[in-house]
Design a binder for this molecule. Structure first.
Ligand code: HEM
Length: 406
């Protein structure tokens, strides 16, 4: 064990600390925090992972350049071999794409933009769909995922799919498949000695790398088709969307040897926007319906997924649903609070925060203006995190009853 490490879980040689428990990852992190304090480590496989649990500490660390680069996960290279786009890129390449993405998201989502109208129309379609299941126990329909996908499509390429178009259903399935496989794909990165005992081909087969590449190629096909169509129809005096913006920037810098812009990079960047913006927003909305179904008096809620959000240091009764904690002394809503960092802090903080906040506001308002959500009689609703996922805090899929508001 190297010196200077914080306390925590070390575990066995080669495999590290493997938790033999049904407790979810956030619950285990909370246990570790209670035992070891604000900084501790967990050796997962042979990789040492250090966790920080204090708002100020996180801020101090994540705003420093040393914490800006992504870990070089081999598993993720199967998704994106050249580390393009924004999520896996580093250095100048990442910096350029991040600046471009933030600017585009700001310009496309401003004021009463077409993007705001797209979010409003997708939320109305979802409400109509939910009305069809009024009065009977049923899970939140897949339409929610399709609506969130459509918002990102709209931003990226100025259009959206009809919800009955089989192309969007297939796209949604592919995206879910790619996201589900991410956990498995990363396993060999935590057990790197596997590469010296097994041929790459066998590792590829066991950990789903082959199948993930296939899923990735099918998803990329959607983006490549759209990029080609935009190249044919681009009017530089009237940029329509994210793709047009990128193509114009690429053209403007075509003689610049420092430029990192390319069609391939744009394809990965679009994929990254879906990876980062789909599951997060969809599941936050599902959590909102669950919390409101369990607490019919409630008015608004922010979904917290990390241990800081459950720390008594910042929150009185952190595990209680208390929407009034978001009101200041003058009863005014306040969205910024010490101990609330759902979009992270610092250099890598969420690039889509403004879009996500706009979507959450419009969808939540549309849903709760027309509908009530409740727990089916005789059932209980679990607000536990689905233990199967380590990356996003997924809710467990359960039935709710939708009632139409008079
Ligand atoms: C409720 C919804 C969302 C939540 C809670 C959320 C949260 C986060 C968090 C915590 C990170 C930092 C991850 C890290 O440590 O590297 C992140 C990164 C990112 N998010 Fe979001 N996000 C949401 C929605 C969105 C949306 C709608 C988009 C855009 C379509 C988006 C785009 C991104 C991108 C591009 C990054 C990577 C930034 C980089 O590596 O520089 N997110 N998000």
């Amino acid at each position: 064990r190297p010196p200077g490490l914080p306390p925590g879980r070390w575990g066995l040689p080669l495999v590290g600390y493997v938790p033999l428990t049904t407790r979810s990852i956030p619950q285990q992190l909370a246990d570790l925090r209670n035992k070891h304090g604000d900084i501790y480590m967990w050796r997962i496989g042979t990789q040492i992972q250090v966790f920080l649990h204090d708002h100020q500490l996180i801020k101090e660390a994540f705003t420093r350049p040393e914490f800006q680069d992504r870990v070089d996960f081999k598993g993720l290279r199967f998704m994106d071999p050249n580390k393009l786009g924004i999520i896996h890129s580093n250095g100048e390449h990442w910096h350029n794409n991040r600046r471009f993405t933030l600017r585009q998201l700001r310009d496309l989502g401003m004021g009463k933009s077409k993007l705001v109208s797209a979010v409003q129309s997708q939320s109305s379609l979802l409400v109509q769909e939910l009305k069809k299941q009024a009065g009977r126990p049923a899970p939140i329909p897949n339409t929610l995922s399709l609506a969130i996908i459509n918002v990102i499509w709209h931003m990226v390429s100025g259009k959206e799919f009809s919800l009955t178009d089989p192309k969007i259903t297939q796209f949604c399935q592919l995206l879910n498949e790619a996201l589900e496989k991410l956990n498995l794909l990363l396993v060999p990165d935590y057990l790197p000695w596997l590469y010296s005992v097994l041929p790459n081909k066998v590792i590829g087969r066991i950990f789903g790398i082959d199948r993930t590449s296939d899923t990735r190629n099918k998803l990329y096909k959607y983006f490549i088709d759209d990029i080609e169509e935009h190249q044919r129809t681009l009017d530089p005096n009237n940029p329509r969307d994210f793709i047009d913006g990128y193509l114009m920037e690429m053209e403007g810098r075509k003689d610049d040897p420092q430029s990192t812009l390319s069609e391939e990079d744009l394809t990965v960047l679009i994929f990254d926007l879906f990876v980062a913006g789909f599951e997060t927003t969809t599941n936050t909305l599902i959590w909102i319906t669950y919390y409101l179904a369990s607490n019919p008096q409630g008015t608004s809620v922010g979904c917290s997924t990390v241990t800081v959000h459950n720390s008594c240091r910042y929150w009185d009764k952190p595990d209680h649903f208390q929407p009034e904690r978001w009101l200041d002394e003058n009863n005014k809503f306040t969205s910024k609070k010490e101990g609330f960092i759902p979009f992270s802090i610092g250099k890598r903080q969420c690039a889509g925060e403004s879009l996500a906040r706009m979507e959450l506001l419009i969808f939540t308002t549309a849903l709760f203006q027309s509908l009530n959500f409740s727990i089916p009689p005789g059932n209980t609703l679990s607000l536990e995190v689905n233990p199967g996922d380590a990356i996003v805090s997924l809710p467990i899929h359960q039935d709710l009853i939708v009632t139409i508001r008079k």
